[in-house]
Structures are given as C-alpha cells and as structure tokens.
Design a protein around this ligand. Structure first.
Ligand code: HEC
Ligand code: HEC
Length: 123
C-alpha cells in the first residue's frame, strides 16, 4: 500500500511537471492543454487570417515572442476576449472571433470606403 501511494505521488508530480512545461509562454489564452491550444491555433487563428503558423511563430520555438505578428496577435486575442466578456455576454450574444473581422485576410477592411476602393480597382 505504501509503495502504491509512493508510485501514485511520483506519477502526479511527473504529470504536473510535464503539463507545466507543455505551454511555456501562454499569457492570455485560457487553454489547459497543448492539444486544446493547437486546435484553436489551427482551426481559428491561422485559418481566420489565411496564414501559416510561421506568420507569427518561429516554428523551432513556438514560445518565442520574436515575431511582431505574434505580439500583435496576442493583443488581438485580449481584445476579442474583452469584447466577448464585456459586450457580447451581457447581451447574451454569441462570442465573436478572429474570423468576425479577418475573414481569411490578414488585413481586414476597416471602413465602408475600403470596400468601395477595392470595387473601383476591379473596374
Ligand atoms: C496570428 C498569429 C498566430 C498564428 C498564425 C499562430 N499562432 Fe500560435 N500563438 C500565437 C500567440 C499570440 C500565442 C500566445 C498566446 C498567449 O500568450 O496566450 C501562441 C501560442 C502558441 C503555442 C504555445 C507556445 C508556448 O508558449 O508553449 C503553440 C504551440 C502555438 N501557438 C502553435 C501554433 C501553430 C501550430 C500554429 C499554426 C497552425 C499557430 N500557432 C499559428 C499566435 C499565432
Ligand atoms: C474587431 C475586428 C478584429 C478582430 C475581431 C480581430 N482583428 Fe486582427 N486586426 C484587425 C485590424 C483592423 C487589423 C489591422 C490590419 C492592417 O492594418 O493591416 C488587424 C491586424 C492583425 C494582425 C497584424 C497583421 C499584419 O499583417 O500585420 C494580426 C496578427 C491579427 N490582427 C491577429 C488577430 C487574431 C489572432 C485575432 C483573433 C484572436 C484577431 N486579429 C481579431 C481587426 C480585428
């Protein structure tokens, strides 16, 4: 019994260390596991901007903040969380996401004039 307890304690400590090391520099996102974070990166972040992971990341070290796109992305994540918590939730609206503005484009249109400009360029 004592041996069993020791074994369990050892496992709990090991799993604790491993999961703590799994995500090194995650300051705003609420994900507990790397798996959940990866799903968000692939299906939401990269797709919404129409970019690959290396647009924001040094793919040899995903925890590095050396690319400005990543630090901008982090501020965008804070903005989206803030809007959802303080604007959408109180009105019981579904949450917004990167896609709400970006729609597969790294540089979303900001004003109705942008749309006109693009349309004019087509002619
Ligand atoms: C638009 C920029 C952007 C793109 C594109 C992007 N990421 Fe991220 N990623 C971030 C930001 C910002 C963080 C840190 C979030 C935080 O601080 O809460 C992050 C964190 C991570 C982490 C955690 C690293 C650590 O600190 O341990 C991993 C892993 C990761 N991203 C993988 C990916 C993968 C794989 C892709 C491509 C499918 C991808 N990311 C695409 C912005 C991006
Ligand atoms: C309310 C609208 C809005 C939402 C929501 C939004 N963005 Fe943005 N984002 C913008 C605008 C506007 C720009 C400026 C684009 C420009 O000037 O080229 C921008 C720029 C960026 C850039 C810099 C792109 C570049 O080419 O330098 C990144 C990275 C980015 N957003 C990531 C994200 C991510 C990740 C999310 C979701 C967590 C997100 N954004 C949600 C409006 C939004």
């Amino acid at each position: 019994m004592k041996q069993y307890k020791l074994h369990v304690t050892w496992m709990v400590i090991t799993v604790g260390i491993l999961s703590a090391q799994e995500l090194k520099n995650v300051q705003v996102l609420p994900f507990e596991t790397k798996k959940d974070l990866m799903v968000y990166m692939k299906t939401k972040v990269a797709k919404s901007l129409g970019v690959k992971c290396n647009f924001c990341h040094n793919i040899k070290d995903y925890s590095s903040d050396e690319k400005a796109h990543k630090t901008i992305g982090r501020e965008m994540m804070k903005m989206v969380m803030d809007i959802n918590e303080n604007v959408m939730a109180p009105f019981k609206f579904d949450p917004i996401s990167c896609w709400t503005c970006h729609r597969g484009d790294e540089s979303p249109e900001r004003d109705i004039a942008d749309t006109k400009e693009k349309k004019q360029h087509k002619h």
